[in-house]
Each structure stands twice: as C-alpha cells, then as structure tokens.
Design a protein around this ligand. Structure first.
Ligand code: ZN
Length: 213
C-alpha cells in the first residue's frame, strides 16, 4: 500500500547511517565502520517529490546520495535482537541525503554539510509492503545513472539499524532512518534533475537550483 506524504510530515529526527555500503566507503577513502556510523539531518532540511534542491553559496561541491529510508510507525526504544522490527515500521521510501562534500571534509563533522534547507528530498510516497532485503537503489542525474546498488550490499541491514538506533534514542512515529548510499556520488549543478529510484517504491525527482535563482 502507498501512503501519501503530506506537507505537514514532520519527523522529530532524521537519523542517517554513513558508509553502510563498502563500495561507497572506499570511494571516499574510508574504512567500513565496525558498528553503524550515525549522524542526524535537521528535519528542516526536508523537501518532497518535485521540490527543488537549493545549492547554498558556502559549498562548491554539493552531491547526491540516493538511499532507502525507513519511516517509523510507533514509538520504539531498546528493541532486543529477538524483537520483530516490522510492527515498528510504517514503510519505506526514497531519500536523497544531499551533502555539501567540501564542507563535510572541512568541518570534520556532518551537521552543516548535511542539514542545509532542501538537503533532504524524500518521497514520492511511503510503501508499506516491501521486501527491502535485496532491492535496487538507483540515482540518476539528468537521466544518466550515477549510483546503482542493491540493499543486500548494506553492511548493516535495515532491521539491524532500527534495533541499534532504538538502543540509543527513542524513535517516534514518523521518524526517518536513511540507510546509507551505494557508490557513485557526484556533484549537482544548477539546472540538473536528480532522481532516486528504488525497486518496489518509485521515483523521487527533484530539480536543482542555485541560491540566487
Ligand atoms: Zn547518506
């Protein structure tokens, strides 16, 4: 079933997982982490299908990261390894973890690089019925495939991530977990159209504009 994402969709937090595909970790010269590398995106960075990604002036290297995202259905805290995570998951959607790569490297931590307004496109809807274990995640820029991976390549799969995060912070209904990106990240420029397509969900499509336009 498809659940519409309405404009008032407001997660209390967007939890992201870095370097969760070995090939992406390698392309940025990083090791695969021994436990999930977590960071947050500000909920104010959210936009939806069809909205524009706005390039902020402090960055010269804004990149796309196509990702499978989990939307939480009900409050969860301290899930054990034997708990079934599915009752806690409303569904899955496409997310573009837009990143100012130059600022990420310069700052040494991720907050600014990941949280500019418009840096979290999500949609086009939430899919409740999805076998998420080994599906294609593709990101295209102007129709050209830049990223193509399968969720089966994740270092830490979706159910592991929900349990792991719930042991640290209480997850609330509507909270979003972005599960990491495959290799092939590349720079976005004004005028580009960026699409994240996930098998069984659909296509999240966003234009890119400069801050001046
Ligand atoms: Zn990411």
């Amino acid at each position: 079933m498809k659940i519409e994402i309405t404009p008032d969709f407001a997660p209390s937090k967007i939890v992201c997982v870095g370097r969760n595909y070995a090939d992406h970790a390698a392309e940025l010269g990083n090791e695969v982490p021994k436990e999930p590398l977590l960071f947050l995106k500000a909920p104010s960075s959210l936009i939806f299908n069809g909205d524009d990604i706005v390039l902020p002036p402090p960055s010269d290297q804004v990149e796309h990261e196509g990702e499978l995202a989990i939307v939480i259905e009900k409050k969860c805290k301290n899930l054990s390894d034997s708990d079934d995570v599915m009752p806690y998951i409303r569904g899955f959607t496409c997310l573009n973890d837009v990143t100012a790569r130059d600022l990420q490297k310069k700052d040494g931590q991720f907050t600014r690089a990941k949280s500019f307004d418009t840096f979290c496109p999500m949609g086009p809807h939430i899919e409740t019925d999805l076998d998420w274990r080994d599906i294609h995640v593709v990101c295209r820029v102007n129709g050209e495939i830049k990223q193509s991976g399968k969720t089966g390549q994740m270092v830490f799969p979706a159910d592991y991530l929900v349990r792991y995060i719930s042991k640290m912070m209480t997850l609330h209904p509507g909270d979003v977990i972005a599960t990491g990106t495959p290799s092939g990240v590349s720079k976005l420029s004004a005028g580009d159209v960026c699409e994240v397509e996930i098998e069984g969900i659909g296509i999240l499509k966003n234009g890119v504009v400069s801050n001046a336009s």
